[in-house]
Design a protein around this ligand. Structure first.
Ligand code: HBI
Ligand code: FE
Length: 275
């Protein structure tokens, strides 16, 4: 094995991907010949189901960029997306076998490379999969990388991640990633919309996040986000809302070192009180 596989959180089974294909930066070529007809069919069905739900629920920037992924009836070739993406924002997507460790992940983002898992879920996991697969990574994340402001934000996030790693604060930054890039909402003139990839790639959560009266929806407050733990296997109880990607970019621009310290102190106090 060239590199070790990665598991985040508790799990009974090893990660799915074949990490022996990965280079030292954890990237690997998209193994296009390995896709079966059933895999392409899974993509087509996932795409059609999700594309039918985005109107009125996904943000306009996402809806406008979605066709840039190419034809919907088979798994896209990463090189073909890259021809368009690189011209639009200077970003590229690179294949990975699945989740990768934080430092290589942030390093790729800081270099305007977005890691995309190359395998697709099995038909029996059609409705739900915990690990990111090629559908989540491409359909959920890549359209927004065609937007210049969002594209710059992702690169800054990568640089911030490397800093956070140096400060032992990856967990707090991961919460920010979770509540914005994965589960963020944006207020458009015509109403609330989703921009987070975890929402955009899930049929149930796309409706729930935008329409259900149940979850809390709070204005984006970085420190509050960093204090908010998340669950990866249920719909979110709390979503954070921005008014624009410019707001997201500006609120994430400051040096987070003092914020990490405050959040860390608060969590230590809570733990001490609980003991
Ligand atoms: N690896 N392939 C992949 N995709 C991710 O979204 C990802 C990752 N490794 C680490 C990671 N995300 C997280 O640490 C971020 O949430 C911070
Ligand atoms: Fe994701």
């Amino acid at each position: 094995m060239a590199v070790d596989p990665v598991v985040y959180g508790a799990s009974e089974r090893p990660p799915r991907g074949d990490y022996s294909r990965a280079q030292t930066d954890y990237t690997c070529p998209q193994h296009y010949a390995a896709y079966t007809d059933a895999d392409h069919d899974t993509w087509r069905r996932l795409y059609e189901r999700q594309a039918a739900l985005v109107a009125g629920r996904a943000c306009d920037v996402f809806i406008r960029a979605l066709p840039s992924l190419g034809p919907s009836h088979h798994i896209p070739r990463f090189e073909q997306i890259n021809e368009r993406l690189y011209k639009a924002t200077g970003w590229e997507i690179v294949g990975v076998p699945g989740l990768i460790p934080e430092v290589p992940f942030f390093t790729l983002l800081a270099n305007r490379k977005f890691p995309v898992t190359d395998w697709i879920r099995k038909p029996e996991e059609f409705d739900y999969i915990v690990e990111p697969d090629v559908f989540h990574d491409l359909f959920g994340h890549v359209p927004l990388l065609f937007n210049p402001v969002f594209a710059d934000h992702m690169q800054e996030y990568g640089k911030g991640g490397l800093k956070a790693h140096g400060l032992g604060a990856c967990e707090f930054l991961a919460r920010l990633y979770w509540y914005t890039i994965e589960f963020g909402l944006i207020r458009q003139e015509d109403g609330l919309r989703a921009f987070g990839a975890g929402i955009l790639s899930s049929p149930g959560e796309l409706r729930y996040a935008v329409e259900s009266p149940e979850p809390r929806r709070l204005p984006l407050d970085i420190e509050r986000v960093m204090r908010t733990r998340y669950k990866i296997d249920t719909f979110q109880q709390t979503y954070f809302v921005v008014d624009s990607f410019q707001e997201l970019f500006e609120k994430t621009a400051p040096d987070f070192a003092p914020t990490y310290e405050r959040v860390r102190e608060m969590e230590e106090e809570l733990a001490a009180n609980a003991a």
